[in-house]
Structure formats: structure tokens, C-alpha cells
Write a protein that binds this ligand. Sequence first.
Ligand code: DGY
Length: 327
Amino acid sequence: MKPSVLLARAVFPEIIEKLSQHFEVEANQDDIIYTPDELADKLRGKAGVLATASARFDAQTIGRAPDLKMVANMAVGYDNIDLAACTARGVMASNTPDVLNETTADFGWALLMATARRVTESEHWLRAGKWSKWSYDCFLGADVHGSTLGILGMGRIGQAIARRSMGFNMRVIYHNRSRLAAEQEREANNASYVSKDELLSTADHVILVLPYSPASHHTIGQAELAMMKPSATLVNLARGGIVDDVALIAALKEKRIAAAGLDVFENEPKFHPDFLTLENVVLTPHIASASEATRKAMAHRAADNLIAGLNGQRPPDLLNPAALPTA
Ligand code: DGY
């Protein structure tokens, strides 16, 4: 008998077909967001689950899924999975690194440009019928070319963003848990390693691409926003919770920074309603990796991990090798 797997969210039909060759598949094409109780119910009898960052696999959920052997996350981030709890129970976990680097970097650039050059704000104004004449000071923004780009979190996506800055003749500064090798810095538009404080006080445009963990919670709060230039922009591509949204709203309202571009929010898909009252913020619904090709690549990669893990092979993107069956 084939092992059973749960698809916790709707996926491309080709993924259901692919997984059905190996498993009994319970799909969720109505895309119901399961409550923790519903998820626990659905996981009963399932050897594996293909999940997204919207489903939490905490110690309680893992503890209520005695048949579970693998959680394959369709995301590079895995802050929704308690890896220690998985490992303690012998549940393998995987993510989908690399396949989304370039697409996410493209989007970081889109948000940066839209934020600095007030693209959505001016479009809303135009759509509202407010454009009656050209004027010298209509939606003045900040230059991107020739400016200083500060990247907080210089992993593979951060480096892909830095490479793109070469065409804009920018100076790149970065801060990361560890400094990159000299060769990597060179390829990342000769990026210079600086302290977090120097980055915040020097950059014209700050992009956040660091992973979320309890240690990175509210990495950008009131004190950090106060270090930024009043003309600076902030882009968050990483995870809600890295920025203190209440502090950011206050800084944007009081024009202590010029503008922000946000693809992620604390408690998303809910978000602080005050964002909607601000003109100097560009808001997008967690779509940085959402090109068709990349989302398909992520889904296939998650499926490949699940197939490997439940067929006795090492999943290519295994996050917790200590959970591998030892026999
Ligand atoms: C990721 O891959 O982590 C993206 O944010 C989608 O969740």
C-alpha cells in the first residue's frame, strides 16, 4: 500500500499528479486554511505533508501526528516549522532553497524602485482623476542610481540583489551574521561589510532579506528606524516580525524615513490597518517569489524532497539530518 500524504494547501495540478505516482494523496484544492485542530485531524494516518509557510508545525502539532515522517515546506523560509520538535520525533523537514533566488531578487528590485520613485502612490493619484497638469514637483522621489544600497542579510537572495545593483552604479554595504568570502563580496558589486548601525545610518535604501527567528524578531524597531536618514527607504522582502510594524507606521507617518516597500507583515495575511492610511508605503501580498516558473520550481522541489524522504532516500534539502531514520 502506498503511504498517504497531505497537501496542506492548494498546489499546481501537476504536483498532485506527480505525488500520486508515489502516494495516496489528500489534496486541498479548495485551499482551506486548516485550524491547528483540523491540521492535526488531517495529519492522522499521513506519512508526509507538503506545506507552505502558512501552516505551523509546532511541537503540539507534531506531537499530535504520530504517523508523520516528513514535512516538506514549499518555501525557503522555515520559521513555521519547529525543527527541534521534528527532530525529537524523528520527523524530517525540508525547504526549497536556491530556486527562488533570482525571482525574489527581481521583486526586491521592483519594490525598491516603486518605493523610491513613488510608483504606486502616483498611480493611485492618477486613477483617482487628480492629474490636471504637469508640475516640476509632482511626486519627487529619491534616486536609486548612484546611491548607497544597504542589504541586511546577505545570503543568496541578498547577493542576487547586490549583483543587480551594478547596473545602477550603486555602492553596496551589507551586514550579515558572518562576513562573505572576498570573492563573494567582489561578485556582489564589491559589497562592503559594515556594522548594522553603520548600514542603517549610511544607506539611502535598506533592503531586509534575513531569515526570521526569535533572534531576528523586531530587528528593525523604533531605535533602528531612528538611525536611518529621513530621505531613506526601507524594503522588507523577508518575513513579517523582522520589522516592528507599529514602529514603522509611526516613522512613516512622521516622515522620519521617506517610504517603505513591504511584501511581508506581522500576522499576515492580516496586517495593521494604519498601513492603508499611509501614502508613503508600497504594499504587496507576499509575492516576491511569485513568478509562474519559480512557484512551479518550488512546488516540484518540495515534492521531490517528499518523494525522496518517504522512499528511504535523503531529501536533497533536508534541514534536520539528525531526524534521518538510522536503520
Ligand atoms: C519563502 O520561500 O520563504 C517565501 O517567502 C514564500 O513563503
